[in-house]
Each structure stands twice: as structure tokens, then as C-alpha cells.
Design a protein around this ligand. Structure first.
Ligand SMILES: NC(=O)c1ccc[n+]([C@@H]2O[C@H](COP(=O)([O-])OP(=O)(O)OC[C@H]3O[C@@H](n4cnc5c(N)ncnc54)[C@H](O)[C@@H]3O)[C@@H](O)[C@H]2O)c1
Ligand SMILES: N[C@@H](CCC=O)C(=O)O
Length: 541
């Protein structure tokens, strides 16, 4: 076909309520029972072929019911990793030759399949495998992923339309090439949408990919791969390898054709991978693109002019939804004494009343933390801070792993704003609270500005407009996503492009054109219609 196609306008997928008696609730409950009722093999997919990786077998369990094994996966060996890299290289000429409109059609089709017949499967797998409530699964595995698919297609199309100027007698063009080589996508446990977006964004722009999901997200990742196949993704374009990733990074980052890393996860892992890439730099054909979105220590700061009830609700939702396991989750709050006096009793009581349990019971507010490692880390935090001077556990502070990896939503107050509860990312339902005299607002904002190494998300609550203006300016580099009178979580694709700087990442804004740009390597073409035939210039006489 020969035409300049326009792609459909992107729109955000409406969030379904799953209210009692709704048809979507009944349908999801049926699928949840089916998914929980079978144990499946969580294979790698290399060159379109599903096969168990050759390394150690790993059970994938329900975090809120850890005796329940959903499936078994395995660590990829170096042989598996080499096969995945080779499959990506083999598929590259076919994939990059396919017009953008054809590649886009596959991902638009995936969006519509997910909005329709695949919705229950991805939502259900995310609930069971990652311990998300129905609300948290719906905004992630259905809506955010559908939005990534549709908005990336629209943004990619805008980028391709960008062409240079041409003066008389010549025609200048951009050939928006993919990178020369393959992209390695390494994804975290906490968002099914991020798991899918990281391989999909480079693939849309014509790259082929090796994708290494997190073991604890492998259940939903397995179905994501099936969704891409159902939408018509050719074999070898995205090659999913399972397990801890050690062999994958060892092989892929040493390969001369390694062209880019698309990573989301913790800061230490990203820094380790970046160091390996640096050490290998002279072995590569080109300079690999490195995109990484990493940790956070996200803040809520209130001014005495703030609406106290709004601050309290933002703390509950921002810190305790999905058990605090969003990179954007609020984990430190700075509250003037006047606001604190107004909200303290209710905030503590509400926190104590939040129900964490089996996510298949739709009445629960939350589930469990992701695994034993996270559970032990949180238990150790409580052991460390309990009884420390100037530190008070106001709510929660307890754990229970008898059935699932449960950590109670916790409020910890400290008089010392340099205490580890204000600087360290725990990635769980723990909120540090620092209460200050109303008159010290500016001093506290200046301290909070760089109290932690991260700069991902943060909120200011104030009704005084001069304060909003001052704080937004003072905190300009403390958060890549900054909120005024709202919680710092829940960024929506196309509306609040997401990412942070400092130790929080390269700030390439997932789901926006900024990110897609990193997976392109434009070639400039100049064509002269009537080339000169005499080398002499007029000044030569
Ligand atoms: N900024 C963002 O947009 C964003 C979004 C989601 C999560 N996060 C961050 O992610 C972290 C939580 O996710 P996590 O616990 O899955 O992170 P993690 O760093 O433990 O793991 C991330 C991925 O890296 C893999 N990995 C680890 N070491 C590896 C190695 N040597 N070689 C290859 N792969 C390796 C893991 O298996 C996993 O797939 C938090 O720090 C959170 O803030 C950030
Ligand atoms: N869209 C998400 C980003 C999550 C990162 O883990 C949010 O803003 O809550």
C-alpha cells in the first residue's frame, strides 16, 4: 500500500467499577477462579517458540496466599539468552522493513483485544500474581496498558511526520530508522503495563527486543506475550526470557549488536547494568541508548493553608494503595502542626482500619507485599525503628507471613527529618511523618528538597496561591511528576507523562514521544534535483 496514513486518535480507556452486581465483576470472578484453578508452565518465548528455560525451576505464587502455586518458571541459562539474542537479530530485517502502519496495527489490535476479550485474563493474572485489588489491577493491566498501546502509536506517528525544511532545488528528508541491533527490556514486578510497554515501545519503532520480566510478574507477563501473539506480532520481534536475568544481562550486554537498554526497576540494579555497559563500551557497534526509570522517595508536603481532609486522604491513598509498591507511592510527609492536630486521630484510626487480605475478596483495600524478600525487608525496618529515640510507630508496624506476605499499613513519626524513614526507599506500606511548627514551612521545604537522592514524584498541598508558586519553584528539581493538591500516584498516560531524575532515572517519560525518540536513529537524506556541473564559485571571477 502506498499512502500517508493517519492513525486513530488516542483516548484514555475508561476505568470499570466492578461494583457489586455489575456484569464485569461476575465475568472477572469467573476468570479468577479459572486462573487460580490450574498450574501452568511459565515458559520463555524465543523466536515464537514457547519452551521452558534450562536453569533452576522457580514457583510463582500468590503473594497473599503463598502456598498457592500459580505456575512454574525457570532461570534462563546463557544458552537460552544467546538463543533469544539470535532470534531478535534474525527477525530484525523483516520487522524494520514492515511499514509503521502495519506495526502500529498490531499494537492497536492488542489494545482492542485487551479492552475486550483479554481484559479479564490480564486483570485476573495481575491480581493473583502481583496481589493487586481489582481497582489496582484495572488501572494497571487494563487501562494503563491499553493507553500505552494507543498513545505510543499516536506519538510514534507524530515523530515520523517530523521532517526537515527543504530550500529551492533540494528535498531533505528524515528516514526514521530503528537502532542498529537489538534492545534489551528488563521490567519490574509492580506494573503489568510497564512490563508490556518496555518491549513494546522499541518494537513499535522498528526494533526487535529481548524481554526479561520479573519472576514475580511472570504470571501476567506470560499472558501479555500471548496477547501480543493474538494481535499478530510476528515470531522473534519480542523474545521473552524468564528468571532472575543474570545470564540474560551477561550475554546481551556483552553482544556487539546490543543497541539499547529499556529498564524499569530499582536504582542499584540500574546502576549495575549501566556499569556493565560502560565496561563493554568499546565492544559495541554503536553507543547503546540507556533508558531507566528507577526508585523514589516520594513526598507530600502540606502548608497550614491546606485542606486538612484532602491531605489525609492523599496520605492514605498515596501511601497504602497497592501496599505502597508503586514507584510513585508517597513514603514521606511533612505536616504543619495545625494540620496534624486536625487529622492525626482520624488518620491513625483509618490506617489501622485498612483491610489487607486475599485480593479475590473484593472488599479488601489491599493485598500482600510481593515476596519473602520484601516481607523480610519491612520486618527488619520495624525491628530497627521500634524503640529508637525520637521515633514513634503510630499505626501498623506489624507483619504476618502465616498465609501471605502481609505487612500492615504503617505510620512512623520522627522528629528528625534526616532519619532513614525520610531518605530510604522501602517500597512498601510505610509512611514517614515529620510534624513541624507552622512558622517553619519554608525551612522544611528546603530540607525536604534534597533529603533523599531520588526525584520521582511529590505533592504540595496549599490553598494559598503564593505558597503554591514558591514551593513549585523551590521543588522544581525534586520531582519529575509534581502534584498540586493531589496525591503523587496515579499518573495517566497522555495526561501526566511519567518519570523522574536524579537517582530516579533518565526521565524519558514512559508512554510519551520523549521515550519513543530514544528508540529511533534518524538518517538525514539530502537530494539535489539539478546538481551543479562546474566546481567554480562566482567570486573566483
Ligand atoms: N520510576 C519508575 O517509573 C518505576 C516504575 C516501577 C518500578 N520502579 C522501581 O522498581 C523497583 C521495584 O521493582 P523490582 O523489585 O522488580 O526491581 P529490581 O531492580 O529488583 O528488578 C527489576 C528487574 O531487573 C531484573 N534484574 C535484577 N538484577 C539483574 C541483573 N543483574 N541482570 C538482569 N536483570 C536483572 C529483575 O529480575 C527484574 O526483572 C523500585 O525501586 C521501584 O521504585 C520504578
Ligand atoms: N502510573 C504509575 C507509575 C507507577 C510506577 O510504579 C503511577 O503514577 O502511579
Amino acid at each position: 500500500m502506498d499512502a500517508l496514513f493517519t492513525v486513530p486518535d488516542a483516548r484514555n480507556e475508561p476505568v470499570r467499577s466492578y461494583a457489586p452486581g455489575s456484569p464485569e465483576r461476575a465475568s472477572l470472578q469467573t476468570r479468577l477462579a479459572e486462573l487460580a484453578g490450574e498450574q501452568i508452565q511459565l515458559t520463555s518465548t524465543i523466536g515464537g517458540e514457547q519452551r521452558m528455560a534450562g536453569g533452576e525451576e522457580l514457583p510463582v505464587v500468590q503473594p497473599h496466599k503463598h502456598a498457592h502455586v500459580l505456575g512454574v518458571t525457570a532461570n534462563a541459562t546463557t544458552a537460552d539468552a544467546r538463543a533469544a539474542v539470535q532470534a531478535a537479530k534474525d527477525a530484525a530485517p523483516m520487522w524494520r522493513a514492515l511499514p509503521y502502519s502495519e506495526r502500529a496495527a498490531i499494537f492497536l489490535r492488542a489494545a482492542d483485544l485487551l479492552a475486550g476479550p483479554w481484559r479479564d485474563t490480564l486483570n485476573g493474572a495481575t491480581m493473583l500474581g502481583q496481589s493487586k485489588t481489582v481497582q489496582q489491577a484495572e488501572i494497571d493491566a487494563a487501562c494503563e496498558l491499553i493507553d500505552f498501546l494507543r498513545y505510543n502509536v499516536a506519538f510514534g506517528s507524530q515523530l515520523l511526520a517530523d521532517q526537515p525544511k527543504s530550500s529551492d532545488g533540494i528535498w531533505n528528508r528524515f528516514d526514521h530508522r530503528p537502532l542498529e541491533g537489538f534492545v534489551l527490556a528488563i521490567t519490574p514486578f509492580n506494573f503489568t503495563a510497564i512490563g508490556a510497554n518496555l518491549p513494546m515501545a522499541p518494537a513499535l519503532m522498528g526494533n526487535t527486543v529481548v524481554w526479561k520480566p520479573s519472576v514475580t510478574q511472570q504470571f501476567a507477563a506470560h499472558f501479555t506475550m500471548r496477547l501480543f501473539e493474538a494481535a499478530g506480532l510476528p515470531p522473534g520481534v519480542i523474545n521473552m526470557v524468564t528468571g532472575d536475568g543474570l545470564a540474560v544481562s551477561e550475554v546481551a550486554l556483552a553482544d556487539p549488536d546490543f543497541a539499547g537498554l529499556h529498564f524499569t526497576g530499582s536504582t542499584p540494579t540500574f546502576q549495575k547494568l549501566w556499569t556493565t555497559i560502560g565496561n563493554n563500551i568499546s565492544n559495541y557497534r554503536g553507543y547503546p541508548r540507556i533508558v531507566g526509570e528507577t526508585g523514589g522517595k516520594d513526598f507530600i508536603i502540606a502548608h497550614p493553608s491546606a485542606n486538612a481532609a484532602a491531605v489525609s486522604t492523599a496520605i492514605i491513598r498515596g501511601a497504602f494503595e497497592y501496599q505502597g509498591q508503586k514507584c510513585s507511592a508517597a513514603s514521606r510527609s511533612y505536616l504543619p502542626r495545625s494540620i496534624w492536630n486536625a487529622i492525626k486521630d482520624d488518620l491513625v484510626a483509618t490506617t489501622e482500619g485498612l483491610t489487607y487480605g486475599d485480593v479475590a475478596d473484593f472488599s479488601n483495600f489491599g493485598g500482600a507485599v510481593i515476596d519473602r524478600r520484601a516481607f523480610d525487608k519491612h520486618a527488619a525496618v520495624f525491628d530497627r525503628v521500634r524503640g529508637a529515640s525520637g521515633v514513634d510507630i503510630l499505626a501498623g508496624g506489624t507483619v504476618d507471613d502465616s498465609v501471605g506476605f502481609f505487612v500492615r499499613p504503617t505510620l512512623i513519626e520522627s522528629t528528625d527529618p534526616t532519619h532513614e524513614i525520610f531518605t530510604t526507599e522501602y517500597f512498601g506500606p510505610i509512611m514517614g511523618v515529620h510534624v513541624f511548627d507552622d512558622a517553619d514551612f519554608e525551612k522544611v521545604v528546603k530540607q525536604a528538597e534534597n533529603a533523599s537522592p531520588y526525584a520521582l514524584t511529590g505533592s504540595i498541598f496549599a490553598d494559598d496561591r503564593r505558597v503554591v508558586d514558591w514551593a513549585a519553584s523551590e521543588l522544581r528539581f525534586s520531582a519529575g511528576n509534581f502534584y498540586i493538591n493531589d496525591k503523587p500516584t496515579g499518573a495517566v498516560v497522555g495526561q501526566q507523562p511519567f518519570g523522574g531524575a536524579r537517582a530516579s532515572g533518565t526521565n524519558d517519560k514512559a508512554g510519551s514521544w520523549h521515550n519513543l525518540l530514544r528508540w529511533m536513529s534518524p538518517r538525514t537524506i539530502k537530494e539535489t534535483f539539478v546538481p551543479p556541473t562546474d566546481h567554480r564559485y562566482p567570486h573566483m571571477g
